[in-house]
Design a protein around this ligand. Structure first.
Ligand code: GTP
Length: 370
């Protein structure tokens, strides 16, 4: 069975994390998200995947190669310019010969793909969209279906009085390749504003597959932290790599942990992490490979990518650090702050309330201070 994964978007909402790393490549629990997704697809019967790449395309080829390391056949196809979600699939149409899964490359879900495929076939659908319920329907595009699950209407961010459903497009599709005859070639064309409304008009059977499977879009800073939280507390099925060294503390390899350091799970420590005297790491937290956590540092509810150095007495709380940052002494980095890659931050700064530092930012001591 074949699948197309859309991985060419700019990931603007996650900037600065996506300045150097395309969104589907950002680490989730120290593993590129797309790698975890490919393994999930392989385990559910998909053996050939076409990655529709565009932004930072070389990263995909360099890290995933031909897919053999992950046990599937991978084609990486680059668009000459961003073609949009439906345009990107149109661009690889020649590689599609029968019913195909299409995935947004930024959705964490444990959806049962074989059950969705059985639904698609049973309904005789030309295009099936996975649907998931949300708590606040005013913030999303809603998908209205009839009692047989056929899609009747799309409502974009409706007013409260117009809400008839809480089901949204969950970013997994099953498509019969014939529907791509409606997609203009070599143009930017979207599913939501292009192909879906066209199929409503033509009357081709389009169904919504409702599911209560775990679902989160990793593409916003808060949801990126939420997914880590959900994985670490066991809300979604996940096989941790490395060795479990204490209650809900996993170590990926070769760390140096000072005996006075305190680690309260759920915590994942990457390869070669160093944790110094009296440091406290409180879960849910993930620390990437080769990070050094200085003495008396406290880290809670945060995600650190690789090669970060955190100096003595700093507090990291509910924040994300990209790769290779140097964080000086006694900083407070909290409340959804995001630090890009290779930033250099002096001592005693206070970075909070969603502040975002672009890669290679340099901050002196007390530049944003107490
Ligand atoms: P934002 O800029 O934060 O909205 O993120 P995004 O660019 O990734 O857009 P969005 O989250 O809406 O995209 C959904 C999925 O489609 C993601 O997996 C994107 O990588 C992918 N995608 C969006 N636009 C394109 C495109 O033009 N080409 C390809 N190949 N994929 C795309």
């Amino acid at each position: 069975m074949k699948a197309v994964i859309l991985v060419g978007g700019l990931g603007t909402r996650l900037r600065p994390l996506t300045c150097n790393t395309p969104k589907p490549m950002i680490p989730l629990v120290n593993q590129p998200f797309i790698e975890m997704m490919l393994l999930r697809l392989r385990d559910q019967g998909i053996d050939e995947v076409i990655l529709a790449v565009q932004y930072l395309a070389d990263h995909f080829r360099a890290i995933l190669g031909d897919g053999s390391r992950l046990g599937l056949k991978l084609h990486t196809v680059e668009e000459p310019e961003p073609r949009g979600t439906a345009g990107a699939v149109k661009n690889v149409e020649d590689l599609l010969d029968s019913t195909t899964f299409v995935f947004n490359g930024d959705v964490m879900t444990d959806l049962d793909l074989q059950a969705m495929l059985a639904f698609h076939r049973e309904k005789g659908s030309a295009l099936t969209i996975s649907l998931t319920p949300v708590d606040d329907p005013t913030q999303f595009g809603l998908v209205e279906t009839d009692s047989s699950d056929q899609i009747k209407r799309f409502l974009e961010k409706p007013r409260v009085e117009d809400i008839t459903t809480n089901m949204i497009n969950a970013g997994t599709y099953i498509i019969e390749p014939e529907v791509f005859k409606y997609v203009p070639p070599a143009q930017h064309y979207m599913f939501e504003r292009g192909l879906f409304p066209v199929l409503l008009q033509t009357g081709d059977p389009m169904f919504g597959y409702p599911s209560r499977a775990y679902w989160t879009d990793i593409g916003k800073p808060q949801t990126y932290l939420d997914v880590h939280h959900d994985i670490l507390i066991g809300k979604v099925h996940y096989t941790f790599r490395g060795q479990q060294i204490a209650d809900r503390v996993w170590l990926e390899d070769g760390a140096e942990i000072h005996p006075s350091a305190q680690i309260v799970g759920p915590v994942v420590l990457g390869r070669g992490v160093v944790i110094e005297r009296n440091a406290r790491i409180i879960g849910p937290t993930v620390i990437g490979a080769r990070c050094t956590i200085g003495s008396d540092v406290r880290i809670e509810g945060s995600v650190l990518w690789e090669d970060n150095q955190i100096a003595e007495g700093t507090l990291l709380h509910s924040c994300v650090l990209g790769n290779g940052n140097h964080i000086g002494e006694r900083n407070h980095i909290t409340d959804g702050a995001i630090i890009g890659d290779q930033c250099s931050i002096g001592a005693e700064n206070r970075l909070e309330r969603g502040i975002r530092l672009w890669p290679k930012t340099v901050l002196n001591d007390k530049a944003i201070s107490f």
